[in-house]
Design a protein around this ligand. Sequence first.
Ligand code: ARG
Length: 497
Amino acid sequence: MANEESAPRAKLWGGRFSQPTNELVDRLNASLPFDRRLARQDISGSIAHARMLTRQGIIGEADGAAIESGLRTILGEVESGNYTFRIEDEDIHMSVERRLGELIGAPSGRLHTGRSRNDQIALDFRLWTRDAIVDIAGGVVNFIGAFLAVAEKYPDTILPGYTHLQRAQPVLLAHHFLAYVEMLFRDLDRLRDAYRRVNRSPLGAGALAGSTYPVDPQFVADLLGFDGLCVNSLDAVSDRDFVLDLLVACSQLMMHLSRLAEELVIWSTAEFGFLELADAFATGSSIMPQKKNPDVAELIRGKTGRVYGHLMGMLTTAKGLPLSYNKDLQEDKEGLFDTVDTVTLILQVLPPMLETATFRSERMLTAAGGGFSLATDIADHLVRTGLPFREAHEIVGRIVGYCVEQGKDFPDLTVDEWRSFSPVLADSPPPMTPREGIAARNMPGGTGDKSVAAARNVAQSELDRWIGWLDERQAAHDTVVARLEVEEPERDTIQAD
Ligand code: ARG
């Protein structure tokens, strides 16, 4: 750990102990190496708690003021990188409390009144998680913006649509992108849902059973911008489903990004040749000079496994834990930190990678016309003349079989050949180009150019609504920061309950 000092010191909870903690136990027990990341949240939570204690007359005003100003000094030290984290302080809560004692002396001993590290960590981690959710949602919103921009750049590009990775029916590239946009909107919805549940304050639950002081948890919750309180003290200190909610949302998001990544890998092969990544977003080989590898996409695919792993890890940690708090719960942090870091970086790299890639429209169109991809359209054409679909399917199936045998494609067939399968096909020629296939599908949700243009507009409006949600959350966050920055007003200006 940076700035670490190792002189053995007494524990804040050392009263009932007569031996110092074994050094290995310190190493195993300490969460400070990773929960130092929660320093800001811990200090904000403590400022809110101290104000509540003062307001309720649980601690004196002078002590409350000293505590708040000491905490503010510590926040300054943390933000300027001048704070010393010592592993023997065990966790961020005791680290801050210890430093407060160094700065203000005796009054620091009153801060932990009516609070436990159990409700304190639940608070800190909820504060951190709700910010992380907004950051990730911001990344998803950006990426959707990039998709819409690329869809606009290639409005007429047609590529083969696949099922079973076999050419199926032509689709617009914009339609393909808009499929991902839909997935990402659902990811945003999951994130917002996770936000709704995480944004409740657990402070006041104490160790597990509440507290014997006349505390005002609602005051703390309002100050910190929570939408409400955790209702049950045992639940408040012991459940981590808010961690799981974000891990699930990130896992599904990564699953979607991994599918996209797989397509980028396939499309950038010489065999497909649908796509060329910009040099800045590709990598070379140390031995094969000709290589240009889609490492970024492969890493997105690969890192999905790591995010799922964190989800499995947390599910497994949480299972079978008796109520209420158990130290196992300390294992909730590193997996979520790593998940958020991983997803955040990926969401930063994806938009410029997509926007700088070159999509090879000619190559895609050629591929879209092959593989008898208009077969369904020809069957539909027969149905429009009155044939039952099953019969039409059978006829076109026979035509495909014939073509395969003859080494021909639909456009190579003569009028007589068409007639030999169905006179209708000789008299009124069926659609044979990908563009006809596209144009015939202007129905809601279809790949027709009009449908896709409309869908793009709808997606843009939906995106604007999400930007509105982000702005609103950012404003709420700024309000909390501003509120905590303002010194607590004089006690007599606050109405008593
Ligand atoms: N470091 C602990 C955690 O992350 C904080 C709560 C500790 N509580 C306790 N009773 N030891 O969960």
